[in-house]
Design a protein around this ligand. Structure first.
Ligand SMILES: Cc1ncc(COP(=O)(O)O)c(C=O)c1O
Length: 413
């Protein structure tokens, strides 16, 4: 199974003359860990895998039933339409209105994607080319950089952990770089650091976009996974946002439909049209039963999304309580499916890749090293809360035993 952290390319040179765009992809830093994870499993070790943001939960039964019903309809096995069937786009528009008070024209301001990652990548291809620059939040979710690089664009990554400073640095870059950046990518709640923002952040971003003439892509993958009453704001809810940008949402996280590959791009009609144009050449849209089941999910399963989010909050608490108890320094996330933790002092010098290898090799727990998200991620680990609370407590016990001669947590707890 491959994912954000299991990209098969760029760790080994090709023996054929591949295109320059493939050669200029950044080095692949999860390779060593994935190899060890595989070897441990072959040895029979029950690895607790907190490496990937890949939900282990299943979608609401209503969604699965609708899929099964749609599969039995012979009309649903033909090519579908690339931008998504009309009723699905209408549901997306209705949900934006209900959740964020944003009005979207389902015909011109919504397009369905084969997962938001596909849409994001193809939109970068539609917007970026040689000589164009995109600002990307750092530490970075790999596809934010890869998609721009594959489109032959250049990347400037700016630390986003202090959102106000991030805005200041965006403005500084726009003032001092020639040609100015064409695109700014934002992603809050942020993967991997879990940083969140409020609506005023987007108000200020829209003002900057208008002042300096850049476009905005908001990757809103974790819109539905928020904790402690925090509600993640939509970029599109800021006045004028639709003049300058689009937002990607996904059914992978809140609806636990990661393998179904359903995502959406919404907002600026010209950007939506640019993406639809590229997609129109490349694909025939999602399998129609998937789209029909997604309609039912959006129409009837909001309560399930809320309980998924509540479950992630319990998992966050189980993991953070445990890690704090064994002396780790971390900030409890207000959203996402991750905990972003500093490597404890005695091991900080090892670096995040070797420290992650140690946790996997000696503790049987797989995590993502911060370095895999660029240089700004060094010194940290990302732990995905995709296992149940019991397994997460077990993971902490195993980490404790792997690092401490005299473990803090006793065997009987
Ligand atoms: C920030 C971010 N964007 C996009 C995605 C991909 O979502 P999708 O499954 O819709 O392609 C992920 C998945 O991990 C993510 O973390």
């Amino acid at each position: 199974m491959r994912s954000e952290s299991e990209v098969p390319f760029s760790d080994q040179p090709f023996n054929i003359p591949v295109a320059e765009r493939v050669k200029r992809l950044p080095p692949y830093l999860f390779g060593k860990i994935n190899k060890l994870k595989y070897e441990k499993r072959v040895e029979g070790v029950d690895v607790i895998d907190l490496g990937m943001g890949n939900p282990t939960d299943t979608p609401d039964p209503l969604i699965i039933e609708k899929m099964a019903e749609a599969l039995n309809d012979p009309r649903n096995h033909r090519y579908s339409v690339s931008n998504g069937i009309a009723n699905l786009r209408k549901e997306v528009s209705a949900r934006y209105w209900k959740k964020y008070g944003v009005r979207l024209d389902p015909d011109t301001e919504v397009v369905t994607c084969i997962g938001s990652k596909e849409g994001f990548s193809h939109l970068c291809l539609a917007l970026m080319g040689p000589g164009d620059t995109a600002i990307v939040p750092a530490p970075y979710f790999p596809i934010h950089v890869y998609a721009v690089a594959l489109a032959s664009g250049n990347v400037i990554s700016l630390d986003c952990r202090d959102p106000q400073q991030f805005l200041t640095n965006i403005e500084y870059t726009c003032k001092h770089q020639y040609p100015k950046p064409k695109l700014v990518i934002v992603n809050f709640p942020h993967n991997p650091t879990t940083t969140v923002v409020d609506q005023t952040f987007y108000d200020d971003l829209v003002a900057l976009a208008k002042k300096y003439g850049f476009l905005v892509i908001s990757d809103f993958a974790y819109s539905d996974i928020c904790f402690d009453g925090y509600k993640a704001p939509s970029f599109l809810a800021s006045q004028g946002a639709i003049d300058v940008g689009v937002e990607f949402t996904t059914m992978s996280k809140g609806f636990s439909m990661a393998g179904w590959r359903v995502g959406f791009c919404t907002g600026n009609a010209e950007m939506v049209r640019a993406l639809s144009t590229i997609k129109g050449y490349y694909d025939y849209g999602l399998f129609q039963p998937t789209q029909i089941a997604a309609i039912v999910a959006l129409r009837h399963c909001e309560a399930a999304v809320e309980s998924v989010s509540a479950e992630y909050q319990l998992r966050r608490d189980a993991l953070c309580d445990g890690l704090e108890r064994i002396g780790w320094e971390l900030e409890r996330p207000k959203g996402t499916m991750f905990v972003w933790a500093k490597i404890p002092e005695p091991w900080a010098e090892m670096g995040s890749i070797d420290f992650s290898m140690k946790l996997l090799d000696e503790g049987g727990v797989a995590v993502s090293p911060g370095r895999g998200f660029g240089e700004d991620g060094e010194g940290f680990l990302r732990l995905a809360i995709v296992e149940n609370t019991q397994r997460l407590r077990q993971a902490v016990r195993q980490i404790d035993r792997c690092l401490n001669k005299n473990p803090t947590i006793s065997d009987t707890e």
